[in-house]
Design a protein around this ligand. Structure first.
Ligand code: 6PG
Length: 492
């Protein structure tokens, strides 16, 4: 059923205050979210800067539920019941600020503005504080699952106040993906917590995609296999511990034939990966927090390298390879080694991502429950995967778990693959296949478990040239050695 808020000829008279949720910004994501709300029986107020987009939504999908279409923002706001819940689905950055500026004068105390775009969490912290001054709730919410997820059930990561979640949460949980009947949506924490968790989700997504790409590259070079043949390998992997949305679509993409050339589709795609920015934000945050998210960082830099055309052009045919020719004797064993290395590297990436969430939660006082985050990532989102059940269980066993890798289940699962992981990274180096994510993840594994690290030498070097001081293993305190004098050691 479709009503417009000017049905009775007077703005807002016919449908004033009847919509339980509203969506402004009806590009594909906003359109699909509005449809999802309507399909679940909510009366949905809809608005777009251009009325034609609103008209086409109700024309195409008006039979899916109850929409209240408004041409003006004022009518849109007036059509919402109190406390008003407005979902803003426009481009991150200035466009979001512009819509908020238009909305605020029209809203009343207790109303809720939800930013469901991929906003940068510092912007969300700023916006939440600004709207609080007006007695309004600002909810920065991650929404993951792309266009299909928005329509059929995304993973939703709302931040903001617990008070806002009390009225908004049940609606979001209704439309979210469900796993074992449990909504893939929960209250994440105050102000920017929701967008921070979504950002880390995307960083992990980058690592996941890079690791899959490296596994594909290794099989391509090591076996001389075609894309469709490797697609079959991924399809097989998807029935085991690696079962996930990204593995599933990889098998699908690799099996796809380009209609124009008849060649494997992936062979005609330009090998320059782009990025809209969420991975970059994750790495910047990891650097600020001092959390070594090496898998995510290498994945982000790998995208930048792939786009470094001048450097790649200068290197091609110039930099000698000095590699050994591949000679894989046991193909099945090699495939299994790559699978084990992929799984181990994936665990490292998630372990690092959850450490980053813990560090931010501590710094910002968000009180994020990492088990709950793993739980809502089990479905709907891009990184949805079987092993997120295991991560959920790990954080349920120990909510303060200092290192996911050290959880008994994951220690055991990864240790089964360490020898293979080493063989694969060695083979990649020997044969000149770039595996920055596989290799850095193994380096992280060895670094985090090392009895002693060469950081001791770095401390000594820093004290030598900069008198930056150091601590000792055998007694408390901080010290400096008089390197340019008699080399005596003084308490700093
Ligand atoms: C999601 C996706 C979504 C977006 C990615 C891809 O969770 O639904 O992550 O947010 O499609 O961020 O963007 P880039 O790869 O260009 O960063």
């Amino acid at each position: 059923m479709v009503a417009t808020s000017t049905d009775a000829g007077q703005p807002g008279t016919a449908q004033t205050g009847t919509a339980q949720i509203g969506v402004t910004g009806l590009a594909v994501m906003g359109r699909n979210l509005a449809r999802n709300f309507a399909r679940h029986g909510f009366t949905v107020a809809v608005h777009n800067r251009s009325w034609s987009k609103t008209e086409s939504l109700v024309a195409d999908h008006g039979d899916e539920g109850t929409f209240v279409a408004s041409e003006s923002m004022a009518d849109f706001v007036a059509s919402l019941e109190r406390p008003r819940k407005v979902v803003v689905m426009v481009k991150a950055g200035a466009p979001t600020d512009a819509v908020i500026d238009e909305l605020v004068p029209l809203l009343e105390e207790g109303d809720i503005v939800v930013d469901a775009g991929n906003a940068h969490f510092p912007d969300t912290i700023r916006r939440e504080a600004a709207l609080r001054e007006h007695g309004l709730h600002f909810v920065g919410s991650g929404v993951s699952g792309g266009e299909e997820g928005a329509l059929l059930g995304p993973s939703i990561m709302p931040g903001g106040t617990a008070e806002a979640y009390a009225s908004l949460g049940p609606i979001l949980e209704e439309i979210a993906a469900k796993v074992d009947g449990v909504p893939c949506c929960t209250y994440v924490g105050p102000d920017g917590a929701g967008h921070f968790v979504k950002m880390v989700h995307n960083g992990i997504e980058y690592a996941d995609m890079q690791l899959i790409a490296e596994a594909y590259d290794l099989l391509r070079h090591g076996l001389g296999a075609s894309a469709p043949e490797i697609g079959e390998v991924f399809a097989t992997w998807n029935s085991g511990d690696l079962e996930s949305f990204l593995i599933e679509i990889t098998a699908d993409v690799l099996a796809h034939t380009d209609a124009g050339t008849g060649r494997p589709f992936v062979d005609v795609v330009a090998d320059r990966a782009e990025q809209k920015g969420t991975g970059r934000w994750t790495v910047q945050s990891g650097l600020d927090l001092g959390v070594p998210i090496t898998g995510i960082a290498e994945a982000t830099f790998a995208r930048a390298l792939s786009g470094s055309v001048p450097q790649r052009t200068a290197a091609a045919g110039t930099l000698p390879a000095h590699t050994q020719p591949w000679a894989v004797e046991d193909r099945d064993a090699f495939v299994e080694d790559v699978r084990l290395a992929l799984y181990a590297s994936k665990v490292v990436a998630y372990s690092q991502g959850f450490d980053q969430i813990a560090a931010a939660s501590e710094l910002y006082g968000w009180g994020i429950d990492r088990g709950a985050m793993a739980r809502i990532w089990r479905g709907g989102c891009i990184i949805r995967a079987r092993f997120l059940n295991r991560i959920t269980e790990a954080y349920e066993r120990d909510p303060q778990l200092p290192l996911l890798l050290a959880d008994p289940y994951f220690t055991d699962a990864v240790s089964n693959g360490v020898a293979a992981w080493r063989r694969v990274v060695a083979a990649a180096a020997t044969h000149g296949v770039p595996t920055p994510a596989f290799s850095s993840s193994l380096a992280y594994y060895d670094g985090v478990r090392a009895e002693r690290l060469p950081a001791a030498l770095i401390q000594a070097q820093r004290d030598f040239f900069g008198a930056h001081t150091y601590q000792r293993t055998d007694r408390e305190g901080t010290f400096h050695t008089e390197w340019s004098g008699d080399r005596t050691e003084q308490p700093a």
